[in-house]
Design a protein around this ligand. Structure first.
Ligand code: MG
Length: 503
């Protein structure tokens, strides 16, 4: 016969506006869920998970039934998240403790965990974390990449590697515990453990007999330390336990990550003061089929009225379920050994894709980035090309004035090209211009360049006239003029230009 009483408290904290945590207290099933995702997704995920857990477990009380109930809770959350767009991506942690009859016919506690809510055992003045957080930081601790102290402040400590409702299936960590009189189980969300150090939690557990008061004090302590997250605490006290076992170090991880640590020994002392203070949720466990008919309570706060009074013990009415060799309990007192293969690190999606040689998926983000990059490159190309070609200059080539389009010497692969061979020889240009012409005289357009060449020609011929003034033809003297004497005219021809007259 096992008799327990429980108390719970939950609070939104001092930062969040909504409490997405949920505690479940029934006579034989206790759980804490910490929902996540979206505006309402976290609340929905936690409630769907807890409701499903309670309903499924009520059909049969056993460790296997608890595992099945957690799996069905996962399926229920996953199903709803797929059915409603506003709930897509929601999920929840779930840590559950169930009072069951073990394969040996003795009462025991089955413990299941997914996520980073935690279960602790407080026995003989010692607090031991049973569950292992399914977080990125804890994985690094597991593989020796971080110490516990480093993990406690690691930026990835909140990133979950496993949660309920985020995929169609989930791996559940399971333990079985034989609890002795005076032991205390603590289930809590990370809103407590991120704010309150374990020594302080242990001090409260050691000094406060009533589990409901313990829960309230721990929630208050988390709020006093910041209250950065929702806080939920559930305490289960063993008033009458399985004192046939010498110690409580019979924590047997049935599946999953194993325990954080095992208490060396437990005594029946320590919480004796609490035993007499039966006030809430006191039940006889696993021996009375009528227990399944008791009204369960889902509570977000301590319930001083409790879930029911103490019930008389009765012998088990059903034969213990058949055991497989893999499930047989330790009989020789040897240290507990995981009954199934130790967990392997879950392969990430990218690792799996690399291993299978699956090419990286092209997402809208990748396509968008490629288009943006192409646009930037194209814009840069056209800008440079425009700058390199929007220019003309006059220079000399093989003794002739030519007009180039482009920048003298070229720019970033855009070489200048000849667009006009003027036919004007360098000998037809004043010497003072030749030096600058060899370097190239820039003009803003082809028309301007041609005008510059024409100006050079005019200048040259004007200089020629100054240097060599034309001779005036005298009027004939032998023949008397019959008309007005002709005006003396000097004419010259400028190559490439209309004939001009100078009077
Ligand atoms: Mg939380």
């Amino acid at each position: 016969m096992t008799v327990v009483r429980s108390g719970a408290a939950s609070d939104v904290g001092r930062v969040r506006s909504v409490n997405q945590d949920l505690a479940l207290r029934t006579p034989n099933l206790f759980a804490v869920a910490d929902g996540m995702g979206g505006h309402v997704g976290g609340e929905v995920a936690a409630k769907v998970a807890v409701d499903t857990l309670r309903t499924v477990f009520a059909r049969q009380s056993s460790t296997d039934a608890l595992e099945r109930a957690v799996s069905e809770a996962n399926a229920a959350v996953w199903s709803q998240s797929q059915a409603r767009n506003d709930l897509r991506g929601m999920g929840t942690t779930l840590t559950a403790a169930a009072l069951v009859v073990g394969g040996d016919g003795r009462d025991m506690v089955a413990l299941a965990n997914v996520g980073d809510s935690r279960a602790y055992l407080y026995t003989a003045g010692r607090l031991t974390q049973i569950t292992v957080d399914h977080s990125l930081a804890e994985e690094k601790v597991h593989y020796g990449e971080l110490t516990e102290a480093e993990a406690a402040v690691h930026p990835h400590r909140h990133i979950l590697t496993r949660a309920l409702g985020v995929s169609s299936g989930v791996e559940v960590d399971l333990w079985e515990l034989h609890l002795r009189t005076g032991d205390r189980l603590l289930l809590c969300s990370d809103g407590l453990t991120n704010e309150v150090p374990e020594p302080q939690i242990a001090q409260v557990l050691a000094s406060v007999p009533d589990p409901a008061v313990v829960a309230e004090q721990l929630v208050r302590a988390a709020n006093d330390s910041g209250g950065n997250d929702n806080i939920t605490v559930l305490v289960v006290d063993v008033l009458v336990g399985d004192d046939d076992v010498a110690t409580t170090d019979v924590i047997e991880p049935r599946r999953g990550s194993g325990g954080k640590g095992l208490p060396a020994a437990a005594t029946a002392t320590g919480l004796a003061a609490g035993v007499g203070a039966v006030s809430a949720g006191t039940v006889v466990v696993g021996t009375d089929p009528g227990l399944t008919g008791m009204t369960p309570s889902v509570s977000g706060a301590a319930d001083p009225a409790g879930g029911g009074g103490e019930l008389p013990a009765a012998p088990p009415t059903a034969a213990p379920p058949a055991q497989s060799p893999a499930q047989s309990p330790a009989e020789d007192g040897a240290p507990p050994v995981p009954r199934r293969a130790p967990p392997v690190r879950t392969e990430t999606r990218s690792e799996r894709r690399r291993r299978l040689g699956v090419p990286r998926r092209i997402t809208f983000r990748v396509v968008g980035f490629a288009i943006l990059l192409a646009a930037v490159v194209a814009a840069g190309y056209f800008l440079v090309r425009w700058y390199a070609t929007d220019n003309w200059y006059v220079t000399t080539q093989n003794g002739e004035l030519v007009v180039y389009q482009g920048r003298p010497g070229g720019l970033l692969g855009f070489d200048p090209k000849v667009v006009d061979r003027t036919g004007v020889k360098t000998s037809g240009v004043l010497a003072i211009h030749l030096r600058s012409l060899k370097s190239g005289v820039e003009e803003p357009s082809l028309k301007a360049a041609r005008h510059y060449v024409a100006t050079l020609q005019q200048e040259f011929f004007a200089q020629q006239l100054i240097n060599n003034p034309p001779t005036t033809v005298p009027p004939p003297t032998t023949v008397p003029p019959t008309t007005a004497p002709p005006t003396p005219v000097t004419a010259f021809h400028m190559p490439g230009a209309a004939t001009r007259a100078v009077v």
